[in-house]
Design a protein around this ligand. Structure first.
Ligand SMILES: Cc1cc2nc3c(=O)[nH]c(=O)nc-3n(C[C@H](O)[C@H](O)[C@H](O)COP(=O)(O)O)c2cc1C
Length: 385
């Protein structure tokens, strides 16, 4: 089976360097010398360049560098993936758009029609990242006060209905959250493929919902034994329902020509983290099991970057350099490829990779790391025979 690689599209701005965490690209940060894509001239006038133009550069770089598509995250501080995706579709040829969204915030029938239209317009390039929300203040920011497990109950029903109206011309449903009578997409839309479902969440409720509906169960990187165990649990649950679960990992890389260079960038990045950033990244209250698993890896009072090395070439301080999960891969191109190979050997079927800055690192990882992967090399050799 071939391994699909996605790149991450930074919908909330992008750091110009992993070494300088406070310095952003685009109009998410103030105009400053060297800030690419700020959307302003030196005099502070609108220069007509939009952040979507910068995202398009990244999508095109990833597309030509071996990535099949890009994850478009959705947080209170990002642009909206449903809007970003069709705009980027016009800029690329085959690049797929993995739209992160919380099902509870859309009506499932509307979501089915919206997605089918997008599939029709883009030649089937839509992929879902189903996220169910981390609770706490950010959930209330969205106006959603449902409990953790109710949110997952709603997600499951949402996907029941979305798939139901897509496949069935006369679909009725009587659930706790949704009721549909004689629903069904018009044939022209219904003949489109339902987008692949990538499903994020680490709780028991998440695993249960994923087992029913996910094509790929998606996790942030965790220590490898812990991750392997989680994958085994979701595979077991899916098998109990008669299905087969594929698993995927979303992870940041700092890949350099030598290991020394990679750790040097991490050291400088770590030393440049401000106290304010440190306090911010300690995080908000959340009911997310996945976030709690990451928090267990989080730096609290580390004085040196070496204290955050969790295993060879695995560093647990990425959340200090940018928001998000803590654990990522650091090393030479060969070492990074070996880590990805190990994850593949442990049951990973696909990846979402990321690096900072996203534009240049898409080329670098695509050109320097992906070709070194064992399975890929094997495939290339077979193709050459
Ligand atoms: C790879 C990955 C990507 C995620 N992306 C987002 C996102 O874009 N927006 C968001 O609000 N939550 C995101 N999440 C959070 C989860 O979807 C989920 O809301 C959270 O983990 C709570 O569920 P849990 O308690 O089952 O872990 C992501 C999680 C993972 C593993």
């Amino acid at each position: 089976m071939s391994i699909d690689f996605y790149w991450r599209l930074p919908t909330h701005g992008c750091h110009a360097s992993v070494r300088r965490g406070s310095y952003d690209r685009g109009d998410w940060s103030p105009l400053a010398p060297g800030n690419q894509a700020p959307g302003l001239t030196a005099d502070g006038e609108d220069d007509g360049y939009r952040y979507i133009d910068h995202l398009a550069e990244i999508a095109k770089a990833a597309e030509v560098s071996g990535f099949i598509g890009g994850l478009i995250p959705s947080f209170p501080n990002t642009d909206d993936p449903w809007v970003i995706s069709p705009l980027l579709a016009r800029e690329t040829k085959s690049f797929r758009f993995m739209i992160a969204f919380q099902p509870g915030f859309l009506n499932p029938v509307q979501a089915a029609r919206l997605s089918a239209s997008l599939q029709r317009a883009t030649g089937g390039r839509t992929v879902y990242n189903i996220i169910t929300g981390g609770g706490g203040p950010s959930q209330l920011w969205w106006g959603d006060s449902f409990s953790h497990d109710d949110r997952y109950g709603r997600t499951t029903e949402f996907l029941d209905v979305l798939k139901g109206v897509w496949k069935d011309q006369d679909f009725s449903y009587d659930g706790r959250f949704y009721k549909v009578e004689h629903g069904g997409l018009p044939p022209l839309l219904g003949r489109e493929e339902i987008p692949e479902i990538w499903f994020s969440g680490s709780s028991d409720a998440a695993l249960q919902s994923a087992a029913k509906h996910a094509d790929y169960y998606l996790s942030w990187l965790e220590p490898f034994d812990q991750l392997t165990d989680k994958f085994a649990r979701v595979k077991e649950r899916t098998a109990a329902l008669g299905g087969e679960q594929k698993c995927a990992v979303r992870v940041d890389l700092v890949a350099r020509a030598t290991e020394e260079e990679a750790w040097r960038d991490i050291r400088i990045g770590f030393e440049n983290v401000s106290d304010e950033t440190r306090a911010r990244w300690r995080g908000q209250p959340t009911d997310s099991v996945g976030a709690a698993r990451q928090a267990a890896l989080k730096p609290t009072e580390a004085k040196r970057y070496e204290e955050l090395i969790v295993a060879p070439n695995l560093w647990g301080g990425f959340n200090l350099l940018r928001g998000g999960p803590a654990l990522g891969i650091v090393g030479s191109y060969e070492q990074c490829a070996a880590k990805l190979d190990e994850l593949i050997a442990r049951g990973t079927d696909a990846f979402i990779l990321a690096g900072t800055p996203h534009l240049e690192e898409a080329y670098r990882v695509g050109e320097e790391v992906l070709p070194l992967l064992g399975r890929k090399a094997e495939t290339l050799l077979q193709a050459a025979e």
